[in-house]
Design a protein around this ligand. Sequence first.
Ligand code: MYA
Ligand code: JJ1
Length: 388
Amino acid sequence: RHRFWETQPVGQFKDARDGSLPEGPIEPPIPVSAVKQEPYNLPALYEWTTCDIDDDQTCAEVYNLLTNNYVEDDENMFRFNYSKEFLRWALRPPGYFKAWHIGVRVKATKKLVAFITGVPARIRVRDEAVRMAEVNFLCVHKKLRSKRLAPVMIKEVTRRVHLENIWQAAYTAGVVLPTPITTCRYWHRSLNPKKLIDVGFSRLGARMTMSRTIRLYKLPEATVTPGFRKMELRDVAAVTRLLRDYLSQFVVAPDFDENDVEHWLLPLENVVDSFVVESPETHEVTDFCSFYSLPSSILNNPNYSGLKAAYSYYNVAMRTPLLQLMNDALIVAKQKDYDVFNALDLMHNEVFLKELKFGPGDGQLHYYLYNYRLRSALQPSELGLVLL
Ligand code: MYA
Ligand code: JJ1
């Protein structure tokens, strides 16, 4: 069934109900000196390239490859359109390795036709913090599909991760592979219902008119929580404490330090937005919410070319009710002209999704670990990890 994945150290479907297998690494590490020193072989017409995402021309090539060939919905109506600024942010966290930003070019023309990336992360599984790679942006040009290029690219990124003495990875996909640690559903909160309906992202509900629908999704002009404001550099220590404390309850979650929080959560225009609640009395930071910006191209629509989507990222409600905090997040997303606010049903998101008028999407997101076995699958609510 899975000629490639059956050869890899991942949970195999055939072992799914074998609760006797131990939790932890599936294969032990080997000395870095014993890791294969040369890249894997590509078909003869292609060559490896390390992509310097800092370089404007290379960044534009990666951007164009993904804009035209990356993930689509099941009816091919929308395609993720990560911005260049977003790619730079996603690919250069603390301690990143340039060698993990891997491209494939056509030898003759140097055209970039495939891409895969890893970035380093510490991810806690139960009570163990594990150094991992987060693997993302796997993309093969539409004209080169089904030629078994993806397995070579996955083996090559694995090799380069091993060269840094790292033996585990985390990744997500819209397709089922051996074996998800959990499966999340996407939920969508309309901010601009007329446009969403016009472009086929959503439908007019039964017994609903356009004006009733617009009224249904209307939000206040301004946020309601006293002390709600944009996160600043001076908040990093407090946000790190809140987040570490909050994430400690999940079975799998990132192990963020202040450097990570500064990189991943400090607001970056049109990439990531974060807000804190600073108590007007004590000036303590009591709550925190964030979302990232991932637009989609709208394929084949005469009136619109792009959909502005915000994706719920990390949220911590210590003092403010989570419902109110997330409603304020919806209000600021609306102020910033997003068309839709998306969230997965992980962490505690279940408690606000229905209440705040999110509806279930047709897409799922499966979460995976490489070379790390869990006894059994998790509930989405046991997962504290959001990948971009
Ligand atoms: S998920 C986003 C993936 N990208 C897209 O969906 C964009 C649009 N699609 C494409 O560009 C291509 O269809 C891709 C496959 C490139 C996805 N993850 O070359 P092939 C297996 C893992 O003939 P193509 C993301 O970025 C498939 O089951 N494997 O196929 C996270 C089959 O294997 P098997 C996948 O369609 C990526 C084989 O590939 C995926 O031309 C995490 C077929 O290869 C997928 N999304 O290309 C990667 N899709 O026969 C794993 C298909 O066994 C990282 N396949 O079924 C693992 C950790 C590595 C580091 C470890 C360090 C220690
Ligand atoms: O965006 C998604 N689905 C939308 C659009 C569906 C268009 C037709 N297929 C959707 N809309 C309904 C919204 C509606 C709003 C009012 C309330 C009720 C709901 O369902 C889906 C997610 O649901 N997105 C995708 O399918 C994109 C791919 C998802 C897999 C991602 C792979 C990740 C890559 C790894 O890094």
